[in-house]
Structure formats: C-alpha cells, structure tokens
Design a protein around this ligand. Sequence first.
Ligand SMILES: N=CN[C@@H](CCC(=O)O)C(=O)O
Ligand SMILES: [Zn+2]
Length: 410
Amino acid sequence: MNDLIIKNIGQLLLPKKMDRPLKGSEMDALEIVADGMVVIKDSKIVYRGKETDKYEATETIDAEGKVVSPALVEAHTHTVHGGSREHEMALKVQGVDYLKILEQGGGILSSVKSTQEATFDELYKKAEKNIIRMIQHGVLTIEAKSGYGLDKDTEIKQLKVAHKLEENYPVQMKHTFLGPHAIPKGRESEEFLDEMIELLDDVKDLADFADIFTETGVFSVNESRRYMEEARKRGFRVKIHADEIDPLGGLGLAIEQDAISADHLVASAEEDKQALKDSDTVAVLLPGTTFYLGKNEYADARGMIGHGGAVALATDYNPGSNVTDNLQLIMTIAALKLKMTPNEIWNAVTVNAAKAIDSDRGTMEVGDDANIVLWDAPNHEYVLYHYGVNHAEKVIANGKVVYERPGLLN
Ligand SMILES: N=CN[C@@H](CCC(=O)O)C(=O)O
Ligand SMILES: [Zn+2]
C-alpha cells in the first residue's frame, strides 16, 4: 500500500532532470501536467503524471485544482549570523553607499562582531527562525555560508550551527566556507587571505564549497584566483560573490576556475556573460539584493539566458543587503526586473538552484525523495503575480506534511 496520494492537481510542475543545469532556451521549457496526481511510498515518489485510479494509499490530499511543484531550492544564504543591522537602512535611505558603510567598519564587519560575540546557542536560535520561515515558504534545500567570523573559531561555530539545523529540521543543507568575506580592520588582504587558506584544512569536513567576496575594497581578482586554486587543490568546488557592485571580472574568473556557481553578476562584462554558455557554472542571480540596496541596475538575466547560460535565483538572505526569507518574493522581482518568464523562474528556483549547490533536489521524478509543495494558486504564474504573501499551503518533506497553512482562530 502507498502512503500518500495527492490528487486533483490543477497544474503539476515537472522541471526536467538532467546531469547539468538547464541552459539558454531550455530554461523556458517546463512540463506542466493538467489534472495531475502524485503517489508517494516510503518517502519516495512512485508515480507522478496524469490522474489515474490505478493507485491506492492510506492517506489522500485533494489539491482542489491547485498547483503542485518540487519544493524550492534556496541556493545562496548567509542565514547563520549574530545581531541585526536595521540602523543601516536609514543610512542607505540617506544615500550612504553599501561599500562605504563596510569601509567604515559597519556592514559585514558589524555582523562579524555580533557573530563573534554570540554563543553557539544564540546563533542557533536566531538561524532556526529563518529556517522555519524558509520551510513555511516552500523551501526544503538551503545553502548556508559562514563568513561572519573571519577567525577560525567563529567560522567553525557558524558552520556547525548550520549542521545542527540540518540534523533537527527536515531540510537538506549545503555548507559553504566564506572565510574571505571581508578584511578585518587593520589587516592586510594578502596576509589575511593566507590565514583563510590555512583555514580551508580545518573546515574540510564541515563545508561543501569555498566562496570569496571579490569586490572593490575586499578581494581582488588575483587574490580570488589564488584562493580558488588553493581551495580546488584541497578538493573544494568553488563559488564566488562576483561583480556585485563593480565590474572586476569575477564571472570570468569563476568560469576559468570551473566554479559551481558565480553569484550576483550585476556588473559582469559582456564577454563573460557570453562565456557562460560553454561552462556548467550556474549564474545565481540575487535581484532581491539589488532591490534592497535601492539600485536601479539589475543583473542581465536576459543577456545571460540569451547567450545560452544557466541561471538560478536565490534570496541572498543576509542581515545587511537583503533581509528576507521569502524566495517567492524574489520570483516576483525576477519577473518584473530581470524580465524572466514564469517557466524560467520556476526552473531557476528548482533544478538550476539545485545544480548551483550540487543538490539532487528540485525535480519530481519517480524515485526522487518526495519534497513537494502544494501552492494555493490556480496556476504557476499566479505565485509570481500576487506578491509579498506566502502561497505555500502544504509543504511535504520526504513524504510527510511538515507545514500546513493555518486558518483563522475561531
Ligand atoms: N556581498 C557580500 N556578501 C553578502 C552581504 C553580506 C552583508 O551585507 O552582510 C551578499 O551576498 O550580499
Ligand atoms: Zn552572499
């Protein structure tokens, strides 16, 4: 006997499973089954497709004609950190530049101080709230970065918090060491980078990826290349915060170093965007950050997809440049500001986001773990269209309903 049937699905979204990310025009193809059904047994999908009466199960969910998709994949977060930086919002509104705040010891460096001072339990309790909100918004796979430690103990503390969250919540987490996220005051970049390279050996068992912030006033392209080469020698796949504000050439470096993803890419050079096509590096675009920093120039998603590149979307949840756990909101910003189509957007938050963090999630093939969301929406476009609210009605992790949208109290 099967465990669960989801029947009467108005639209069943089936992103294509491949051994590489979807690229270029492939991103606009999304199989949508009308009158669909999903059957689950022992936490795995045993059938998905047109509704049929061939299956029975001990439990049935009537989707009432709504949308069902794979659970979303969140490919870029800084979810474990101490403190908060709401005071920076006023500075930003007055026109104070993001990198200027950092240069003056605020921004990332202020979160570093709060994270160094926080205990493991304090960090855990704070990040736990984010993880719960992400699950409630339909996300069951989450990448989490360190990078608010800049010293051995705090970086390790951050990574361990993310591992503990993964033990206690029904999420798959991917772990990223981002030691070179900023340069502590009074330190010299090359010498600090050496220290972070040494730390790679200490975090080998705690991190899947090694990441770096390549930006004016932070790490140069040459320094980033040295770090990436050292990380790769030690067996890490690399990631990069590239061309977020200034066009330093981070995307080109990512492709050269076979990075699993290059993230931000607001200011990337035309030739680098064109080169994405011949690589499997996923361009992880974070339009919520552009919005939250109050900028008008967004990443050129159309150009990257047009040139045959692979694009994913993520929140970039962090305490400074984008403070939201709601990936659905990012889907709307991607439609309005990146001009991505609904099909591209759904692929960008499922299969392609999974490829950006080496996850096997983001699809609903027979044999896949049953990580599924029932959306309170009549069609897949509606989720982007009605924005700023949570459309997730039921979230199913490994075949079990782990979140159900509550009704009003009587
Ligand atoms: N840009 C660098 N790092 C983060 C922001 C971190 C922060 O402001 O605390 C990002 O991806 O946007
Ligand atoms: Zn980031």
